[in-house]
Ligand binder design. Sequence first.
Ligand code: UDP
Length: 316
Amino acid sequence: MPISVVTGGSGFLGSHLVDRLLKEGHEVLAVDSLLTGNERNLDHLRGEKRFRFLRHDVTKFIAVEGAVDYVFHFASPASPIDYLELPIQTLKVGSLGTHNALGLAKAKGATFLLASTSECYGDPLVHPQKEDYWGNVNPIGPRGVYDEAKRFAEAMTMAYHRFHKVNTKIVRIFNTYGPRMRLRDGRVVPAFVGQALRGEPMTVFGEGKQTRSFCFVSDLIDGIYRLSQANFHEPVNIGNPLELTILEFAERIRRLTGTKSTIVKSPLPVDDPKQRQPDITRARTILGWEPKVLLEDGLRETIRWFQAHLDSTSSK
Ligand code: UDP
């Protein structure tokens, strides 16, 4: 039975990955400081013999006894509001945390998979974004703490691959949504859905002309699992190429929730990327992967989940 360690295992993506790995027959150790993760995301695994949880901050040495076959490094604050509130932690988990997770993989002879990000492309001047684009990142802006930490993490991962011959993979994750997102993490999906369900005005930043492409979490996790099994070491974009303006996106959520919420314009955050759309040719070719879930279907499921969790998630 393969043994996997998932850092950030109680977060939105980490917890879905844990579920998938258990389904694939792995034994899983989730490691999380619970800084932005939520133990409730793993509640349903209580009593599962192949699952363990370790509360630990991976910026400190990660001690794991016994064999490990895979290390999935998913620990990080992940929303622009989190980076503003936790800038040093964001930098540390991308740098020191990645170093420790790579060190664990090297010591155990394990495969390592880094959760990287479309933020490596910054406010991209190339559209759609292909993996060979080097990006347009402001290192000293408010998002720089995340973007540069992840860019460093990629550099460190490739160094461990080239120098220490660790079997490494890098996924560049584009905007993803689904159940278990934190209602108040400030990202656009929980923000709009929460506002729509509460009947509050929906806050579109700027003129809402900036674009994003939203991938449902089950599609994303499938791409990541396939990448973990592939013999490929360069970064791979995983995301849904369907591109919408944020204003169009707000309208869709209004329609699907049937809300009477109005749309209000708020100031555009500093360095907010103007456009974002993954080129997924590489994922299609190497992993035979492409997203399957239609935006409407994914959003309906997400809205249902938020409806059921509106009260219990409002504190986090
Ligand atoms: N956004 C918005 N209203 C909100 C939250 C976000 O208009 O209440 C916009 C934000 O300016 C950005 C897009 O939605 O252009 C996606 O933001 P998010 O924070 O989800 O992630 P990003 O893709 O910027 O990392």
